[in-house]
Ligand binder design. Structure first.
Ligand code: DAH
Length: 335
C-alpha cells in the first residue's frame, strides 16, 4: 500500500510538470484529488489493512494529498499569472494601424480631368481598340500606303493589316461610321510607337476630340480649345494657333501655350521660344468624310488630339517622362 501511494505521488508530479493549459490542469485535479480520484480511492481501501498499519498509511496518504494539492495550487497560480501578464502586455489604448490608401496615377488623373472639361462642353467619352486595323489607323484617315507616318520605324505591326494604334485618331472614323451627325466625342486611350528616349516612351496616352455638325467653323474650334486650355492651365494662359499639316484635317493647326516654366520669357523647356506645343487640330478633311459616307457639302467639323504625358508634365512641372512609368512611390505620392 505504501509503495502504491508513493508510486502514485511520483506519477502525479511527473504529469503535473507537463501540463500547459488550464483544462489539462483541471483534469489533473479531478483524476488525483477529486472525490472519485485516485487518492480517495486508495484511502477507501484503508479498512482492509491491518489495524496497526492503518494510522501510518492513513497519515502518509494525507500527507501525499496535501503535497499534491499544494503543487496543484501553485501550478494554477502560475497559469493565471501567465495569462494575466499576456493581457497586460496588450495595450488597448494604442491607436489602430492605419491602412495605406492608394490613389489614381497622375496620368489617369490628367485624362479624367481633360475628359471632364470636355464633357461639361457636351462631348461624350468613347473608347476603342488598342490593336487596330490599318484601315482605321491610316487608310481612312487619308494616310495612303506610302505616307511617312506609316514607316516601320514608328508603327508596331501585328500583321500586314493590323497595328498597335499609333494615335487615337482612328476613333474619329469608328464613331462617324457608327452614327450620323451631330457628333461630339472625346476618345482617351493608350497609343504605341516604336520610340524610346528621354522624351518618348513606346506607350503613351492621347485624348482625341471630334465634333461634326452643320455649319461648324474654325472659329468654334478655336473657342473650344481656348476654353479647354484656360480651364486646364489657368485663365491667364496665352495660346496661339500655328498653321500645320495633318493628312486628315484641312486646314490644320497646332496649338501652343505660353511656356508654363518661364512664363514666356524663353527657357530650355520651350527652346527659348516662350511657347510650347500641346496639341494638333484642324477642320476634318472632306476626304475622310468620303470613307464614312458623310456629305461634305452638308457637314463640317473639327478634330484635335493631344498627348496626356505632355499635358501632365506641363501642368505639374515634371521634366522627365520616364517618371510616369517607374512606379517610384516618392514621385507618385506627390499627386
Ligand atoms: N493624331 C495626331 C498625332 O498623333 C494628332 C492630331 C492632329 C489629332 C490633328 C487630330 C488632329 O485629331 O486634328 O500626332
Amino acid at each position: 500500500m505504501r509503495e502504491k501511494l508513493l508510486e502514485t505521488e511520483k506519477k502525479a508530479l511527473a504529469e503535473l510538470k507537463e501540463i500547459q493549459d488550464q483544462a489539462s490542469l483541471e483534469r489533473f485535479r479531478i483524476s488525483y484529488l477529486g472525490k472519485k480520484g485516485v487518492l480517495t480511492t486508495i484511502m477507501k481501501g484503508l479498512g482492509r489493512l491491518d489495524p496497526a498499519q492503518r494510522p501510518v498509511i492513513g497519515k502518509l496518504a494525507n500527507e501525499i494529498k496535501q503535497r499534491l494539492t499544494a503543487h496543484y495550487e501553485e501550478a494554477l497560480e502560475k497559469m493565471k499569472a501567465g495569462s494575466a501578464g499576456e493581457a497586460a502586455s496588450f495595450d488597448v489604448t494604442l491607436p489602430g494601424r492605419e491602412p495605406v490608401y492608394g490613389h489614381l496615377h497622375p496620368i489617369t488623373q490628367t485624362i479624367r480631368e481633360v475628359c471632364h472639361i470636355f464633357e461639361k462642353m457636351g462631348f461624350r467619352v468613347v473608347k476603342g481598340p488598342n490593336v487596330e486595323l490599318d484601315y482605321y489607323n491610316f487608310e481612312a484617315l487619308n494616310i495612303p500606303k506610302d505616307h511617312p507616318a506609316r514607316d516601320m520605324q514608328d508603327t508596331f505591326y501585328i500583321s500586314e493589316n493590323v497595328v498597335l494604334r499609333t494615335h487615337t485618331s482612328p476613333m474619329q472614323v469608328r464613331v462617324m461610321e457608327a452614327q450620323k451627325p451631330p457628333v461630339s466625342v472625346i476618345a482617351p486611350g493608350k497609343v504605341y510607337r516604336r520610340d524610346s528616349d528621354v522624351s518618348h516612351t513606346p506607350m503613351f496616352h492621347q485624348v482625341e476630340g471630334l465634333l461634326v455638325d452643320r455649319d461648324v467653323t474654325f472659329g468654334q474650334l478655336k473657342g473650344t480649345l481656348t476654353a479647354f486650355v484656360r480651364e486646364m492651365f489657368g485663365k491667364g494662359t496665352a495660346l496661339r494657333f500655328r498653321p500645320s499639316f495633318f493628312p486628315f484635317t484641312e486646314p490644320s493647326a497646332e496649338v501652343d501655350i505660353g511656356c508654363v516654366i518661364c512664363g514666356g520669357k524663353g527657357c530650355r523647356t520651350c527652346g527659348q521660344t516662350g511657347w510650347i506645343e500641346i496639341l494638333g487640330s484642324g477642320m476634318v478633311d472632306p476626304e475622310v468624310y468620303g470613307f464614312v459616307d458623310y456629305d461634305p457639302e452638308v457637314y463640317s467639323g473639327f478634330a484635335f488630339g493631344m498627348g496626356m504625358e505632355r499635358i501632365a508634365m506641363l501642368k505639374y512641372g515634371i521634366d522627365d517622362i520616364q517618371l510616369f512609368f517607374k512606379n517610384d512611390m516618392r514621385f507618385l505620392r506627390q499627386f
